[in-house]
Design a protein around this ligand. Sequence first.
Ligand code: HEM
Ligand SMILES: *[C@@H]1O[C@H](CO)[C@@H](O)[C@H](O)[C@H]1NC(C)=O
Ligand SMILES: *[C@@H]1O[C@H](CO)[C@@H](O)[C@H](O)[C@H]1NC(C)=O
Ligand SMILES: *[C@@H]1O[C@H](CO)[C@@H](O)[C@H](O)[C@H]1NC(C)=O
Ligand SMILES: *[C@@H]1O[C@H](CO)[C@@H](O)[C@H](O)[C@H]1NC(C)=O
Length: 328
Amino acid sequence: MSSQKLFSAFFLQVILATLVLGVANVQCLKLGFYKKTCPAAEDIVRKTTAQYISKAPTLAAPLLRMHFHDCFVRGCDGSVLLNSTKNNQAEKDAIPNLSLRGYHVIDAAKSAVEKKCPGVVSCADILALVARDAVSMINGPYWKVPTGRRDGKVSVALEALINLPPPFANITQLKSMFHSKGLSVKDLVVLSGGHTIGISHCSSFTNRLYNFTGKGDTDPSMDPNYVIQLKKKCRPGDVTTIVEMDPGSFKTFDGDYYTMVAKRRGLFQSDVALLDDVQTRKYVKLHSFSHGKSFGKDFAASMVKMGKVGVLTGKAGGIRKYCAFVNK
Ligand code: HEM
Ligand SMILES: *[C@@H]1O[C@H](CO)[C@@H](O)[C@H](O)[C@H]1NC(C)=O
Ligand SMILES: *[C@@H]1O[C@H](CO)[C@@H](O)[C@H](O)[C@H]1NC(C)=O
Ligand SMILES: *[C@@H]1O[C@H](CO)[C@@H](O)[C@H](O)[C@H]1NC(C)=O
Ligand SMILES: *[C@@H]1O[C@H](CO)[C@@H](O)[C@H](O)[C@H]1NC(C)=O
């Protein structure tokens, strides 16, 4: 090859690499994405969230869960916020939506932001910010939320069923469902720590109390004393009663979740399943002793990672005017 040809081949590669990197950059979220286009956005979201959380701290849990559900179905694109229409049953109306609450907080934050800078800030970003703010307001860790997500236009109930891990998932299923979202085994055990806050309906775990294998038996992997306690609260077939997931401190974000799981007092099979893998068990044991000392830092890092799952950026998707509807 002549030196000139070599040079142009090299040059071509540089151009190609720049193009590829350029595209990759477009795919990336970044800190302060709205710094120029809507500098007050994050402040407005935080103030709105504070107004609600200060009055009702228990809202932090469903808001955190909402962000998780958003990210696991079609990526963090705000699809969980879309309402069903005449012809479409949305994620919101799928079975795992049970107890998703707090849509009004997102709507309030969105409308406050829209007043200041109409059509600029996505619902997906607002949800990611609200989840972070809500958690940090109940003693949880704080993390910087990279922004620049765009809103999707599609929400399908069936996809929520397929993509969200059910409470009876075993460790193999959990690892593979997280893996399919680009999340590691560590992310799985760390993010499961979200169950240190919030509540559950009896119906999400009564199978473990009354008829585990169809022989009127209980789940042998649950602490028998805990089974007795829970049976007092949850009668067979009860679909309305709720129980605290981390009894006594369900309103504050601490590391108690791992102490509970280590004692086989997690509510779901997916919680106790974390004892069935070497790596997740090690994490649970470590943090059950330290009461989750460094858990906050891990949680923050995994939340940032989860917040990037399947995001729409650049020109993909759009910016919804109302989070519950695709723009007309
Ligand atoms: C690992 C797989 C997971 C499974 C199987 C699972 C399952 C569930 C179930 C069944 C409920 C109770 C719903 C009800 O009956 O009302 C629940 C609640 C909750 N989940 Fe998860 N979850 C998982 C992961 C996560 C993650 C990654 C987060 C967030 C980082 C999270 C945060 C929450 C919160 C905060 C609640 C309480 C909601 C409230 O108080 O209304 N979960 N989860
Ligand atoms: C959208 O759905 C939410 C929750 O399901 C409901 O509360 C709200 O009224 C709906 N909004 C409209 C305009 O239908
Ligand atoms: C959840 O979905 C059910 C249908 O599976 C629906 O009846 C209910 O209204 C939904 N809840 C919320 C809060 O959207
Ligand atoms: C986990 O569940 C799947 C699906 O039900 C099953 O095929 C598999 O054998 C289970 N794995 C373990 C380790 O229990
Ligand atoms: C337990 O499950 C079995 C098999 O699904 C069913 O035949 C039986 O009626 C159930 N028993 C109770 C008390 O629900």
